[in-house]
Design a protein around this ligand. Structure first.
Ligand SMILES: [Zn+2]
Length: 170
């Protein structure tokens, strides 16, 4: 297993659209494992393949407090959604930034598991938010794009400053 480097907003590669996985083969299983390790180490509660510069429809999520309930979703698709909720979100590609985003309250997601079997998951609260956030990454969208233009400019400036400090330290 290995840790994968995470792309930082506004890296243009975060805008790439992920392709569906045709075959859940050894390479996909390895990718999902590396993504899970990267997510746990970060630490984060979700990671999309887009964020590690692999443009395939794979996401990993673990919203449990005990960090032992890993969900791997291949080709995830929201098939039902209802209600509204507003939740403060963060993202491993936008470090240190948290803001409120409005999303569906409850979603049903269809996906393939690591054995290539079709499954569905019904979720609300944090898991529903996380599923919507990660699935959005696969279509090239980062959560801050829900915020106002002014906020996005501020976030870009802040991240550019952070990157400079990090570069000076290295
Ligand atoms: Zn994210």
């Amino acid at each position: 297993m290995s840790l994968l480097p995470i792309l930082r907003f506004p890296d243009p590669r975060l805008k790439k659209i992920a392709a569906p996985v045709r075959n859940v083969d050894e390479s996909i299983i390895r990718l999902a494992r590396d993504m899970a390790e990267t997510m746990y180490q970060a630490p984060g509660i979700g990671l999309a393949a887009t964020q590690v510069d692999v443009h395939k429809q794979v996401i990993v999520i673990d919203t449990s407090e005990t960090r032992d309930n890993l969900l791997t979703l291949i080709n995830p698709e929201i098939v039902e959604s209802e209600g509204r909720q507003e939740c403060e979100e963060g993202c491993l590609s936008v470090p240190g930034i948290y803001d409120k985003v409005e999303r569906a309250e409850r979603v049903v997601v269809r996906y393939l598991d690591l054995e290539g079997r079709e499954k569905t998951i019904e979720a609300d609260e944090l898991l529903a938010v996380c599923l919507q956030h990660e699935i959005e990454h696969l279509s090239g969208k980062v959560f801050v794009e829900h915020l106002s233009r002014l906020k996005q400019l501020r976030i870009k400036a802040k991240l550019a400053k952070q990157a400079k400090i990090t570069a000076a330290r290295d």
